[in-house]
Design a protein around this ligand. Structure first.
Ligand SMILES: Nc1ncnc2c1ncn2[C@@H]1O[C@H](COP(=O)(O)OP(=O)(O)OP(=O)(O)O)[C@@H](O)[C@H]1O
Ligand SMILES: O=C(O)c1ccc[n+]([C@@H]2O[C@H](COP(=O)([O-])O)[C@@H](O)[C@H]2O)c1
Length: 195
């Protein structure tokens, strides 16, 4: 059976923890293919995201080193809110018989029941989570009926896109947090000067 993953995020910007999560998932879940899916219209976030083309270009640079990753534009092209359930339905149709795996950090796991059609997501995919916080989010997800969950082996990583944007705005270095290719892109496109 083919094993297909989906890893969605704003990736504004993508950072080392995102890449490490993708690497861990490909290895530990033996994924044949991992779709990295930048969010189009993040209905659940209060702030306006950076332009889609910049987040897409940075995701391509950041994840280039991870085997099996395909950066996927579908949520950027879709109109209306980006619902993961729509993407998973499309992936299931594209890969009949494959087992889908949805990757997320614990902060997303904690709020999973606020996701659109979360019960259907739980039927479509195994939820594959890494720790990011107290462990409460993992416990909450584990307690949900009908959820299939795998916790990946993971050493906590402190990177957060919010912090990275703040550092860049303050004129500080971020190459160690995002990698040199993404750092060069950010600099040459003058991103995160006024966020
Ligand atoms: N340091 C981290 N450790 C574990 N998971 C992470 C980490 N950073 C991001 N993730 C996970 O990656 C996915 C995409 O995250 P996202 O693009 O929102 O990054 P972020 O750093 O959380 O951004 P922001 O600070 O803008 O909310 C989410 O499932 C999130 O939980
Ligand atoms: O489908 C939903 O309702 C939904 C609600 C919250 C988050 N998500 C997805 O979870 C992924 C990570 O979200 P974020 O906010 O950490 O970038 C991203 O692909 C979002 O589209 C999806």
């Amino acid at each position: 059976m083919r094993r297909v993953g989906m890893f969605g995020g704003a990736f504004d910007p993508p950072h080392r923890a995102h890449v490490a999560l993708a690497q861990a998932a490909v290895q530990q879940l033996a994924l044949d293919l991992l779709y990295v899916v930048p969010t189009g219209n993040a209905w659940h976030k209060a702030r306006t995201l950076s332009p889609a083309e910049d987040r897409l270009a940075m995701a391509r640079l950041a994840f280039a080193e991870v085997p099996a990753v395909q950066v996927d534009e579908r949520e950027l092209r879709r109109s209306g809110p980006s619902y993961s359930v729509d993407t998973l339905r499309e992936l299931q149709a594209a890969h009949p018989g494959a087992q889908l795996h949805l990757l997320m950090g614990e902060d997303q796991a904690a709020g999973f029941t606020s996701w659109h059609a979360w019960e259907e997501i739980a039927r479509l995919a195994v939820l594959c989570v890494v720790a990011r916080g107290s462990g409460e989010g993992l416990a909450r997800l584990r307690a949900l009926p009908g959820v299939r969950m795998e916790v990946l082996q993971w050493t906590a990583m402190p990177e957060s896109a919010t912090d990275i944007r703040a550092r860049l705005q303050a004129g500080q270095e971020a190459a160690g947090l995002v990698g040199t290719a993404v750092a060069s892109y950010i600099e040459s496109h003058h991103l995160y000067k006024n966020t």
